[in-house]
Write a new protein. Structure first.
Lengths: 114, 116
């Protein structure tokens, strides 16, 4: 069975450019999470969707970040405009329900903003 | 507020040695869940185990075992007879109340290197 699929795996861009990260969750999972991982701050939850609806976006750093989930099989995380401090690995994870804590992670998108 | 501390930043062992990864947590809730995740070099985090606060029985799964002690607020992870493939970053995590995945607080991780 296919796991969580993220694209791109690596992205290098210049400050000010728009970045779009994509995620396809595991089929049948109804919860989707976007995490950011940095050396300084570790793993941070950015936003959480349940049944395609954003439930908790309190972790989104600022207005430059936005996330959408137009359907059960696709989500995007967009940064516009990007800044060097956004450099990190962005993970998408999905789960069946919200309550088990068993998340299935993608391999991450490593973003470098120059 | 919940907090997870993994004091060991990096551990290096030689293959076949046993190794224990420490995890200390803080929570005010009486109902909570503890987790371990593994992050191999490929990058994705892999779920290993979930324990609830009412079950202090130790868990064993093959070469992996977990020791949960509420008295010391610890949930330690031991790998017996370590192998090179065990090399990874290991994260301990905590969630309160219903064990909601959105409430997961991760520790800073322990980088385990198993040398041949």
């Amino acid at each position: 069975d296919a796991g969580v699929i993220q694209s791109p795996r690596h992205e290098v861009t210049e400050m000010g450019q728009e970045v779009t990260l994509r995620c396809k969750p595991i089929s049948g999972h109804n919860s989707l999470f976007w995490y950011r991982q940095t050396m300084m701050r570790g793993l941070e939850l950015l936003i959480y969707f349940n049944n395609n609806v954003p439930i908790d976006d309190s972790g989104m750093p600022e207005d430059r970040f936005s996330a959408k989930m137009p359907n059960a099989s696709f989500s995007t995380l967009k940064i516009q405009p990007s800044e060097p401090r956004d450099s990190a690995v962005y993970f998408c994870a999905s789960s069946l329900g919200d309550y088990t804590g068993e998340l299935f992670f993608g391999e991450g998108s490593r973003l470098t903003v120059l | 507020a919940q907090k997870v501390t993994q004091a060991q930043t990096e551990i290096s062992v030689v293959e076949k040695e046993d190794v224990t990864l420490d995890c200390v947590y803080e929570t005010r809730d009486t109902t909570y869940y503890l987790f371990w995740y593994k992050q191999p070099p490929s990058g994705e985090l892999v779920f290993l185990i979930r324990r609830n606060s009412f079950d202090e029985q130790n868990e064993i799964s093959g070469r992996y075992s977990w020791n949960f002690q509420k008295s010391t607020s610890s949930f330690n992870f031991t790998i017996t007879a370590s192998q090179v493939v065990d090399s990874a970053v290991y994260f301990c995590a905590l969630s309160e109340a219903s064990g909601s995945a959105r409430q997961l607080t991760f520790g800073s991780g322990t980088q385990l290197t198993v040398l041949p």
